[in-house]
Design a binder for this molecule. Structure first.
Ligand SMILES: Nc1ncnc2c1ncn2[C@@H]1O[C@H](COP(=O)(O)OP(=O)(O)O)[C@@H](O)[C@H]1O
Ligand SMILES: [Mg+2]
Length: 276
């Protein structure tokens, strides 16, 4: 196995005293495509929240975060985070969200969001400019930035849609645009939380192929519910259950594991014993 890029040790997160991640250890190698699976509430999204700094430890302990709105989703009054998330000599568990983005961790569905009233290429150019210094943003895009935009369009397969308004894209195309907007920022690690949700079957196929093209040059951590997709495109799978790593290994072994079948597939099991 190649060198580790992300090393999570003894990560504990609790919301209002309720443990959501419980002494979680996880090592991801550089260039890996790692699937995180597990039943609803296992802690997959929370794990991405801590890696990306949305939930973080301040000197080992986070108490009430006043930036979190009081209404809307249920938000905990007390968040506690312990443990370490090692990435290139940094501890992400103790860094601010913007510093984590600058360090090269990109998360889809976070910032930036898609602007519907400008074109696909323009959206990618805006995302590319985030990486440049403020003064550079005032000048016309450099040839280098234009090339980065073209390369991202090409990679996600949206070259023919470059001049279409983003608002006119299909759901799947929109997801690819968001991935392109991450790519132009040259991330080291990409976090994708259920990116294929709502996609048609052909769109899922294309996304799976895209993930395989991106892995190697990028490290990707992805969560997914659709077991057909996981079977088809995963290599190494980590199964989370109740905030802990239940199993980890090659997809074939995970799929055959009776404990995983029981907790993950649970009531979905058909009488024949095969997942529905
Ligand atoms: N903002 C929050 N406030 C309180 N509890 C939360 C919050 N976010 C998630 N949880 C709880 O943490 C647990 C894990 O949730 P989550 O990380 O979203 O799981 P998954 O993504 O695996 O479905 C669940 O029990 C959920 O109810
Ligand atoms: Mg989730």
């Amino acid at each position: 196995m190649s060198e580790a890029i992300l090393k999570i040790e003894q990560l504990c997160v609790s919301f209002d005293g309720f443990p959501v991640l419980d002494n979680l250890d996880l090592v991801v190698a550089r260039g890996e495509l790692r699937f995180l699976i597990g039943p609803n509430g296992a802690g997959k999204t929370t794990l991405m929240d801590v890696i990306s700094g949305k939930v973080r430890a301040r000197s080992g302990r986070v108490l009430y975060d006043p930036t979190v709105p009081a209404s809307g989703d249920p938000h905990p009054a007390t968040i506690e985070v312990h443990g370490e998330i090692r990435f290139e000599g940094l501890d992400l568990a103790r860094m601010r969200e913007d510093a984590i983005v600058r360090a090269g961790i990109a998360r889809k569905f976070q910032t930036p969001s898609v602007f519907n009233s400008i074109t696909v290429a323009e959206n990618i150019a805006v995302a590319a400019s985030y990486r440049d210094r403020f003064l550079r943003q005032l000048f016309p895009p450099s040839a280098e930035r234009r090339e980065r935009v073209q390369a991202a369009l090409e990679t996600v397969g949206l070259r023919d849609r470059a001049h279409v308004l983003a608002g006119a894209l299909s759901h799947g195309e929109r997801q690819w645009l968001e991935i392109a907007m991450l790519l132009v920022q040259s991330p080291r690690v990409m976090l994708l939380d259920e990116p294929i949700a709502g996609m048609t079957r052909p769109e899922r196929e294309r996304t799976g192929e895209l993930l395989h093209r991106l892995a190697g040059a990028h490290t990707i951590i992805i969560t997914e519910h659709d077991m057909d997709f996981v079977r088809q495109f995963a290599r190494t799978v980590t199964v989370l259950h109740m905030g802990r790593v239940l199993r980890e290994g090659p997809v074939e072994a995970i799929q055959a594991d009776p404990v995983v079948r029981e907790v993950y597939l649970g009531r979905q099991k058909t009488p024949a014993g095969e997942p529905a």
